[in-house]
Structure formats: C-alpha cells, structure tokens
Design a protein around this ligand. Structure first.
Ligand code: ASP
Length: 334
C-alpha cells in the first residue's frame, strides 16, 4: 500500500465533508427546520397487519391529522413478533417527525416478554399523546359449539387439548387477553400466532381457528353481521355498540378484564417543537365528529384532551410497564 498523495488526501477530506453534510441532512429529515415542520409526508408505522384494530384506529385519526398538518400521513404496516418489529424500526428512524409509531398496550408488555428487545419504550421514544382505549371481546368461529360464555368456559376447560386460539404474537393485546382467560380458566389451549388480528379474523371467519380475544375495533362488524359468535366483552360494564353482549364478570370471570390503550410515538431525539405540532394535530383529530362517530360505532371513543398529551402518555406508559412487568414476571416465575 502506498501513502496517499496530497491531492488524494484533499479529495478524501472533501468526500468526507460531503458525506457528513449528507448525514446531517438525513438526520434532520431533509434539512427541515422544526418551526417549518411538516414539509413532507409523514410515515406512520403500524406494527401489525393491515385491516386489524391498530391499523383501523390509525387510519381513523390519520385522515383528520393529514388535513390539519397539510401533508399526508401514510400508513406503513410493519408487522411481526407481537409489534416489536415495527416498534424497533420506528425507534431507529431519523428523529425528525417524519416517522411516527402508533402502538398499543404491547409497548408496555414487551420489555417483560422479550429479552432481546431492540429498543427501550421509555428512553428510545417520545410519547406524542394517547389516542383511545378499546374494549376487547371473546369471539369464536360461527359454528363453534358453545352458545353462551358460561358454555364456552366449560367447553374450553373440557376440551383444552383440541381447542385453538388465535392471537397476534407475544405481547400483543390478543395474546395478553388470551393469557388472562387461560389463567382464569386454569387450562392451556393451543395458541396460533398471526402478524395481526386482521389476518387472524379472516381465518376465524373461515373456520380455521376456534376462538380469539380481540378489540371491538376489529370485531364489532363481524359480530353484528353474525360472521362470528360473540361470548363476552372484557370491560366492567356492557358497551353501547354491542348492548346484548354480557361482560366477562356477568359470566363468572371478573378477572378477565382488559382494555387496550393506544398512543402515538416519535424517536427520542425528535425536537419538542415537532412533538407539539403532532400533539396539536392529534387533538384536532380526536375532536373531529367523524372520528368520534366512527369510534362509537366500533365500541370505543377518543381519549379526553388532557390524555392526548405527551405528559399523560408518558405517565401511563411508565405505570403500565411496571404493572405488566410484575404480572408477567410473576407468571414466568411461577
Ligand atoms: N389486535 C392485535 C393485538 O392483538 C393487533 C392488531 O392486529 O392490530 O394486539
């Protein structure tokens, strides 16, 4: 190897300078000034498949947020491993406000479930605000034998070795609800993981899997159309969208109570000014009558304005990480 001549060294230094300029431009989202944000379309990562509940909620708010921000929020489904693949991709994105993550309760369960998690939900993200909290329902293929929730409990207890349960991967809401249910019933059934409960619903309707616990944002349509059999809702009270559906407590299983909160995140180094712009747009979207109506039809509602803030979101996330860490840790220990 010969020493580089002065001309080569100069060219190399110029190339390096050019490279660092390019990197700086990339990391600031194409050189965007936070005060001028947004100047370009925003990618919203949904860490589950298209057509599922997280995707549905995201698309509901993306439209009015796009109108408010004057750029398009473009949904990208990056599914796999219970939502951790998409969340990992969002954590590693440029912190410029052009990549946003919509995630749910799984953001708080993943640290206790995955030893090799590629991100820390608290230190690798800034919360933008909470979005909604969604009840879950226990549903089955339309020709599943049990008729009532009480029948379902007995049937699953007596046939645990043959019954199959769909879920969206470890740490997903459907997995969590299924675990609570199995714990309450004192049995284990065969779990069938999917990349989201959108595809799981297709297989449930097709009769390839027996039952699933999933958000009303994915199940209300199929329940009302009679495409699936519905047994119970997992909230303390019945819900308006499905008034005939008893609660799990009414069916003798009060411990199977869970609802699924959702929130928006950006990578941790994103400027606060950008986060505020997104929070403001989120609040406008959540006050939009069309969004309120669509959510009501699917058994849910936007969170209140004080919950759609980074502060309320951060507080809930930390509280939920502690809560689920204890529950999951205790389960794994025992
Ligand atoms: N509902 C799914 C879950 O169980 C996620 C999804 O497909 O949106 O977490």
């Amino acid at each position: 190897m010969t020493p580089a001549g002065p001309r080569k060294v100069a060219a190399y230094l110029a190339a390096l300078a050019g490279l660092s300029l390019t990197l700086a431009a990339c990391s600031s989202g194409g050189g965007g000034d936070p005060a001028a944000y947004p100047e370009d379309d925003i990618e919203v990562i949904v860490p589950f498949s298209a057509g599922g509940p997280t995707d549905t909620v995201t698309r509901m708010v993306a439209e009015p947020m796009s109108e408010e921000l004057g750029v398009q929020l473009v949904v990208q489904n990056v599914d796999g491993a219970g939502g951790t693949v998409g969340a990992g991709q969002a954590a590693a994105a440029d912190p410029d406000g052009y990549t946003v993550l919509m995630h749910h309760i799984g953001m708080s369960t993943a640290p206790a479930l995955y030893d090799d998690l590629a991100y820390d939900p608290v230190t690798d993200f800034k919360p933008v605000g909470l979005v909604t909290e969604v009840p879950m329902t226990i549903i089955a293929r339309s020709d599943f034998e049990p008729e009532t929730f009480e029948d379902f409990v007995t049937y699953v207890q007596e046939n645990a070795d043959t019954v199959t349960m769909a879920h969206a991967g470890d740490g997903s809401a459907s997995n969590l609800c299924g675990l609570l249910l199995m714990d309450a019933l004192g049995v284990q059934v065969t779990a069938v993981p999917y990349d989201g409960t959108g595809p799981a619903m297709t297989e449930l309707v097709g009769g390839q899997v027996d039952f699933m616990c999933d958000q009303t944002t994915n199940t209300t349509g199929q329940i009302t159309a009679g495409e699936v059999k519905a047994y119970a809702v997992t909230t303390p009270e019945r819900i308006e969208a499905l008034p005939d559906l008893p609660t799990t407590a009414e069916g003798g299983q009060p411990d199977v109570e869970v609802s699924v909160w959702h929130g928006l995140y950006v990578p941790a180094e994103t400027p606060d000014e950008v986060v505020s712009t997104l929070t403001d747009a989120l609040q406008v979207a959540l006050a939009d009558q069309a969004v309120i109506d669509q959510m009501a039809d699917l058994g849910t509602a936007p969170v209140s304005e004080d919950q759609a803030t980074p502060e309320a979101h951060a507080a809930l996330l930390e509280e939920q990480i502690a809560t689920w860490g204890e529950i999951i840790g205790a389960g794994q220990g025992g």
